[in-house]
Design a protein around this ligand. Structure first.
Ligand SMILES: [Zn+2]
Length: 191
């Protein structure tokens, strides 16, 4: 006992120092993670996480400037050729009319191909994917990975893809986990 007793305070002090050092490391790691999470390069990841936790929007604005919901015809599900159905709505407007995002989201694809021609895909709340097609052009500087707010410019109305030769219009589609959803009821729910 007399031989070991004087060592106890020193051992305790060393253990305390190790514990404090460990806590300091943890605090630094947490601060680093917090810092990274708030950096612009993490904005996409943070937004995707937030979007995945949001409910699907109850209403959707018309994504073409100056077009009212009642001006949009109910053509969702209409036959298109022998084996296709219309998986969205067509919103007619003069060529060059701004097309805007209906929701907050992340631009996941910008393509010029297939039926849709010049198109933008935005991943919005609750995993719903919003499809904007037949664009005349894309909004300047728009890039895949961009975080967009509702109302952000995506492009302009045109008739690219299989709409070539028809009056300019935006084809707007919404896809959930089970496939195409009719966006018109939610557009008409806007008061
Ligand atoms: Zn269409």
């Amino acid at each position: 006992m007399p031989a070991t007793a004087p060592n106890l305070p020193r051992r305790f002090a060393r253990a305390l120092a190790r514990t404090l050092l460990g806590l300091l490391w943890l605090a630094l790691l947490a601060l680093g993670a917090l810092w990274a999470w708030r950096q612009p390069f993490m904005e996409r990841a943070r937004t995707l996480w937030e979007l995945s936790r949001m409910p699907p929007p109850a209403t959707l604005p018309v994504p073409v400037q100056s077009v009212a919901p009642r001006q949009v015809a109910d053509t969702f599900g209409a036959p298109r050729g022998a084996d296709r159905r219309h998986e969205g709505v067509d919103i007619f407007a003069p060529r060059g009319t701004p097309v805007t995002s209906t929701t907050r989201g992340v631009v996941v694809a910008i393509n010029d191909r297939g039926l849709g021609g010049r198109q933008v895909w935005v991943l919005g709340p609750a995993g719903e994917r919003h499809y904007y097609a037949h664009l005349d052009d894309w909004a300047p500087g728009l890039a895949e990975g961009d975080v967009v707010e509702a109302g952000a410019a995506l492009g302009t109305v045109g008739n690219s893809g299989n709409a070539r030769g028809t009056p300019p219009h935006l084809h707007y589609g919404v896809y959930g986990s089970d496939g195409a959803l009719d966006p018109l009821p939610r557009m008409r729910a806007v008061r």
